[in-house]
Design a protein around this ligand. Sequence first.
Ligand code: MTE
Ligand code: MO
Length: 492
Amino acid sequence: MPNGQSRGDEPAENDERDTSRRNRYVARRRFLMATGALAGVGVLAGCGGQTGETETTAPPTTTSTDTPTETPTETTEEPTETPEEPEEPSLEERYPGLEILSPEPENAQAASRSTYAGYLTPREEFYIRNHYVSPTIDESEWQVSLTGLVDSEVELSMEEIKHSFGTESVAHTMQCSGNGRAYFEPQVGGNQWGFGAVGNTIWTGTPLSEILDAYGADTSAGNYLSVMGGEAPEGEDIFTRSIPMEKVMEDSILAYEMNGGPLSKEHGFPVRLLVPGWYGNNNVKWVDRMHVMDTMVIGEEWETEEQRLYTHWQQYSYRLIPEQDDDAVQYESIDIFDTQEQMENTDQIRNAYMYDQLVKSLIGYPGQGQTVRPSPGGTIEVVGVAWAGDDAVETVEVSIDGGETWGEAEFYGPAYTTTGWRQFRYIWSDPSPGEHTLVSRATDEEGRTQPAIISAPEEGLRGIQDDKFPWNEDGYANNAYMPHAVTCTVEQ
Ligand SMILES: Nc1nc2c(c(=O)[nH]1)N[C@H]1C(S)=C(S)[C@@H](COP(=O)(O)O)O[C@H]1N2
Ligand SMILES: [Mo]
């Protein structure tokens, strides 16, 4: 049964995975045409192992069927079937600002603190976090289906997504929920992200509210839009996130531009979900299908006997699990979306879902290990960035003595939307020669401040308490400031 045939909350049948992706699209489209599901959509008809983020065990193969796998023949006399394509520059060449943690699948973080001394993060410095190898997609063939609780199911071409609806731009600081995982003690598994799995970009795309309204989706509060990525290799769990309808309707977009240019393939070309202010994992890349539901993806309906096909990345992964819990408790639905608020209400939601980001800041200058000289006036300007998910940042404090004493920083630079970071500066006067430990801590509009350190696992914390961030099994959401300190040397 083709993917698009599934109704209500029924996931696709197992046998669909035996068919190639492209065949599936074609079959799905034909099915929709035949049943008249596309009636009234003339424009389309006319246009013809498992421990969460820690899991990075994708087979070292690409999954796209759109890429010719034949290598160009070496003899020039014989006609070649595929036009010779110029060799793609390497990941290192295309992303000179990144330190590569794994080449396949591609995982890379900002290599230098200087990424956090500017407002817009250039593509070359914008981290990459993939569970499977990035697919190479032909935009003219890509279709995004909308299924589930809608009046008419539909397959949207990129052309329609771009031109049949309005366009919006939003600043969004996207951070992997595993950012800062490297600072957990004892260490947790997975990519050892330090400070660099975060960037700030202006994202441009189509408001999802317009698309959902156009096809009569049930956009009632309490519903979810489950958004699925199109890149999972056969046999792997499909990257799926269930986004609460309230947030979808408020400001989520299907983004096709980053800083005014097309998305790069690693960042989701041709189209990704953009959930402003929420952790990176919600921002599904290579969007393939959107399913309107009255629960999150959960339970057997969305799994096969062998696999947590659609549920893995929503219910098992991206959950805050303290040492004393074996697994995350799964919920059909929740009504607290702010991650920190979930952590404060564990009687309602025992293991927080990684949705809205916690308040955090990073110093961008001076950089780690840097030797700096004061200005002729005898000062050093400490700069950095601060963000708080879809809440505003209220204040940033800076300490030049490892957290003993603090002074308030001032904001400067653009404030495009609340969900983008704010730049801050702090004038450090009369710096004494020698080594100094610099830290920054931000407070959000709700009065919530970054904690100092990460707790020990045996403390069993579920929320931030006594200036400690709760150690958790997959190393998520670390916003403690001490582990993010920079050490610099002042030279006269
Ligand atoms: N389809 C798909 N979407 C995905 C992922 C993925 O592996 N597959 N990774 C998610 C995670 S965990 C993060 S942090 C962000 C990273 O986006 P970026 O690589 O553009 O920085 O994409 C999210 N969207
Ligand atoms: Mo992530």
